[in-house]
Design a protein around this ligand. Structure first.
Ligand code: GLV
Ligand code: MN
Ligand code: MN
Length: 419
């Protein structure tokens, strides 16, 4: 059966060619920036829809802007194995984060169709659109829609230009009223599988092309607004200032110290916007974001308490106002043990002598959301120097091919287990 399947080398070449096609679509020429519901996202979604159709899937762009493709199994409307990832990117991001997982799903569907393999279940491929949550303060809204956990408060979330998500979704061609109907029923997805670039240095250090994810770390994000007093940079004495930016700077350093003091934790201030932002004006207000993560829920809760206390103390001492608005909180999410084992079996079925290295994920993924509805698992691909969320993000064509071949064998392993 498997002799007719493409080799890892062929799959790697196909993946890189497909990524070149998909990554033409960007909101910023010269960079890869593809934010949720932007014109580049729409173009990329249409490209993805076309690629799914070429791979023999019935495809459509759904109410939330995800691209869904499906090939029926023996029972029309029956349970499926779903392969997916996301096609939105951070600003000036890398070529593989998300995009590779979508292309991998399409190539698996195509290879199975070309080999004439009939699966005992339906096969679906999905390209989520809001994994990075860079444009709006949501939390994996497109996968949340699929698992029936869409927060309708997200409709009024604003981007940095003041556009609300509901209007952006309608402008994209989506349908806010159609979102509840996207929720899949428990039992309708037998397995969710996602290939993703590691976004870290572990596999490279251990000379392993792929690794099986054991769990995704807990994470929380909030928007913070500091209100001080704008004033003349030349005339307001230091002792009389209520400088919103320096208060925020002290909070950013406090976050850094708190994260460093907790086991395997991280904390990041990724957005920092003083208002009015002029050379000769004491900043009267500041907006910034915090993102902090840890392998254990208890660690995250302890960081959360420490951040709240330290930020409040800094604001009180400096006489500035402080508003913290959390917008995303995800518990640590173990990946399904049986699917981790199926991926290991997939690795073994390739006939290679790769070890099935298991490792946790510090980055968040749609798999974390999907795990609330169905068994979910991820396969990481070795990442050059561990660099991600950067245009320097890189992997080899050979490693991409190995990962897709493993995914193909894993789907066949699930078919074997099913029949
Ligand atoms: C998604 O890329 C994340 O921020 O973990
Ligand atoms: Mn990603
Ligand atoms: Mn990312």
């Amino acid at each position: 059966m498997t002799q007719t399947l493409p080799s890892a080398a062929v799959l790697g070449a196909r993946a890189f060619a497909a990524l070149e096609g998909l990554n033409r679509f960007t909101d910023e020429p010269g960079k890869l920036t593809r934010l949720y519901l932007s014109p580049a996202h729409r173009q990329a979604a249409e490209w993805t829809l076309g690629a799914m159709e070429v791979a023999g899937l019935a495809a459509h762009i759904d109410a939330a802007g995800s691209v869904q493709g499906r090939r029926e199994g023996p029972v029309p409307g029956g349970a499926c194995v779903m392969i997916g990832s996301h096609i939105d990117t951070v600003k000036d991001g890398g070529r593989f984060d998300g995009n590779l997982g979508v292309v991998a799903g399409i190539l698996v569907a195509q290879a199975l169709r070309d080999a004439g393999i009939v699966l005992p279940f339906a096969l679906e491929v999905i390209a989520f659109g809001d994994e990075e949550t860079v444009r709006f303060p949501t939390s994996f809204s497109t996968s949340a829609a699929l698992v029936g956990r869409y927060d309708e408060g997200w409709f009024s979330a604003r981007d940095s230009e003041g556009v609300i998500l509901r209007d952006a979704l309608v402008g994209f061609g989506g349908d806010p009223d159609g979102i509840p109907a996207l929720a899949r029923k428990p039992g309708s997805i037998k397995a969710y599988l996602e290939i993703h670039i590691e976004q870290g240095p572990v596999l490279e250090a251990e000379n392993e092309p792929v690794g099986i994810v054991t769990a995704i770390n807990a994470q929380k994000r909030a928007r913070v607004r500091i209100t001080g007093e704008a004033g003349h940079a030349g005339t307001v004495p230091m002792a009389l200032r209520k400088d919103a930016l320096t208060a925020g700077a002290e909070m950013a350093l406090a976050l850094e110290a708190i994260a460093s003091a907790h086991e395997n934790a991280v904390g990041t201030v990724g957005v920092f916007r003083p208002d009015p932002g002029a050379t000769n004006v004491v900043p009267g207000a500041l907006d910034f974001t915090i993102d902090f993560r840890a392998p254990k829920n208890e660690t995250l809760a302890s960081m959360d308490r420490a951040i709240g206390e330290r930020f409040a103390a800094i604001a009180a001492r400096r006489g500035v106002g402080l508003t913290m608005t959390p917008y995303s909180h995800d518990n640590a999410t173990p990946m399904a043990q049986a699917l981790q084992d199926a991926l290991a079996a997939g690795i073994a079925r390739t006939g290679s002598n790769l070890s099935a290295r298991r490792l946790p994920s510090g980055a968040g993924h749609d798999a974390m959301i999907m795990a609330r509805l169905c068994p979910a698992a991820m396969l990481f691909v070795r990442n050059e120097k561990g660099i991600s969320h950067s245009p320097l993000e890189n992997m080899t064509e050979a490693d991409a091919g190995v990962a897709i071949r493993v995914l193909l064998e894993t789907v066949l392993e699930l078919a074997r287990q099913d029949s």
